[in-house]
Ligand binder design. Structure first.
Ligand code: UD1
Ligand code: MG
Length: 451
């Protein structure tokens, strides 16, 4: 049986380099906050208890944490005095019966497997376990000092000798501390160093000096990549996107140019779906098997049924639910609407707050006029309805099954099933009018020239 573990997530960073009104850890990657990614990895690693340490007045951060992990405890670090000080802000949650894993909320690429590796090291008797990586450029990182396979200390860059700075094995930031010794180690940490901070990393040397087992495990640099500014945010996004694309490809999705397709953390795509280049998937999208998403489409909060075709240049907004074998073509926007099996909206339409019945055909340029400037209203289009091009359906309005709407109509009243509704000026043709008109105008012009 695995030991009870508490994850302590440090989210009290100032994040000033983001130059943002949004707290750094709430900046999204693949459609959800960085903090949420970390909490999700914690949960996926089977750690059910968590404490999040936030800066003063950060109810917004606390709320996001409690949404992802209901029941997680939130603590405030009033003054920023270092990573060990931040962990001790959660002191009430630290007990000898629980192991502790410390994570940083601005390190969103951490995989659950790596958290499990740390848990495993504690289960094997370590008092302290950290994740190290071989840095392409070690500048700024704490160096892991390993002698004969034993982690003897972690030295922060600012406190390192030049020999220590030459060490390329760096601290990824995550640390696991055994319940038995963790609290005592944290409390033994002082602040006699270059930054005058209480460094969490000092726990390693203290443990080693006390004869406790300390371990440094090795992981890929990518996972411990931190985010301090917008460039690093974009770099983390790129890593997350390549993971999501690789997972989709593995599951049998065809992407002609995967590097141009942007997915969300929760995008669900069935096998044999084809996604053409330059598509964007916001949160909450599900695509069933065999659907095709043509180039330059933008989807968010939408579901696409099996064998359905979307785009090119389509926009599916939240609440768009397309059934099987539907066609939504170019320059069509669908919002809060269900489009039933086999219906076609092939070109240049807006369908919002509506139902489009099975096998209905919505002509080019059809608009559901769902908004009166104050309230939204529904349009209900029955099965088998044929809507002629360039029609405006002024909601609330119901079109009965198999009705026909003449092109260019402005429909303001319900249309019974099987009826034809035409709502436009009646066409008149005046015989010979154009010929007479031309003759008169030519004469007028000639008279003007003479005068
Ligand atoms: C830390 C590690 C370093 C490691 C690096 C990896 C320490 C002392 N150093 O350095 O060994 O190589 O991460 O990226 O741990 N925080 C608080 N309250 C504080 C101080 C920090 O909540 O008082 C949070 C920050 O918001 C951040 C995390 O702790 O999420 C790490 O702090 P940071 O100042 O970025 O540490 P580094 O200097 O990067
Ligand atoms: Mg940092």
């Amino acid at each position: 049986m695995s030991r009870p573990t508490l994850a302590v997530i440090l989210a009290a960073g100032e994040g000033t380099r983001m130059k943002s009104s949004l707290p750094k850890v709430l900046h999204p990657i693949a459609g959800r906050p960085m903090l949420t990614h970390v909490l999700a990895s914690v949960r996926e690693a089977g750690v059910t208890q968590a404490a999040v340490v936030v800066g003063p007045g950060r109810e917004d951060v606390a709320k996001v944490a409690q949404t992802e992990l209901p029941g997680c405890a939130v603590f405030t670090q009033v003054e920023r005095k270092g990573t060990a000080h931040a962990v001790l802000a959660a002191r009430q949650a630290l007990t000898e019966s629980k192991d502790v894993i410390v994570l940083f909320a601005d390190t969103p690429l951490m995989r659950p497997e790596s958290i499990e590796m740390l848990k495993g090291a504690l289960a094997d008797g370590a008092s302290i376990a950290v994740l190290g990586f071989h840095a392409a450029d070690p500048t700024g990182y704490g160096r892991l000092i390993v002698e004969d396979g034993v982690l003897t200390a972690i030295v922060e860059e600012k406190d390192a000798t030049s020999a220590q700075k030459a060490v390329g094995f760096c601290n990824g930031g995550l640390m696991a501390l055994s319940g038995e010794h963790g609290l005592a180690l944290l409390e033994a940490i002082g602040n006699d160093n270059a930054k005058g901070e209480y460094y969490l990393t000092d726990a390693a040397a203290i443990a080693h000096q006390r004869g406790l087992k300390t371990v440094a495990l090795s992981i890929a640099e990518e996972e411990v990549q931190g985010v301090n500014d917008r460039a690093q945010l974009a770099a983390a996004e790129a890593v997350m996107q390549s993971r999501l694309r690789a997972a989709a490809l593995r599951e049998g999705v065809t992407m002609i140019a995967p590097e141009t397709v942007f997915l969300s953390h929760d995008t669900r795509i069935g096998n044999d779906v084809v996604i053409e280049p330059n598509c964007w998937f916001g949160p909450g999208v599900t695509i069933e098997s065999g659907a095709v998403i043509h180039a330059f489409s933008h989807l968010e909060g939408a579901s696409v049924g099996a064998g359905t075709s979307v785009g090119p240049f389509a926009r599916l907004r939240p609440g768009a639910r397309l059934a099987e074998e539907v066609k939504v073509g170019n320059f069509v926007e669908v919002k809060a609407a269900s489009v039933e099996k086999g219906a076609k909206i092939s070109h240049l339409s807006y369908i919002g707050d509506a139902r489009v019945g099975a096998e209905a055909n919505i002509g080019a340029g059809t608009i559901t006029c769902n908004y009166d400037g104050y309230l939204k209203h529904r349009t209900d289009i029955g099965a088998g309805v044929f809507v002629g091009s360039n029609s405006a359906l002024v909601a609330p309005v119901t079109i009965g099954d198999n009705a026909n709407i003449g092109a260019g109509s402005v429909i303001t009243r319900d249309v019974p099933a099987d009826a034809l509704a035409v709502a436009r000026g009646r066409q008149v043709a005046i015989g010979g009018w154009a010929r007479t008109y031309r003759a008169r105008k030519k004469e007028e012009k000639a008279a003007k020239g003479r005068g």
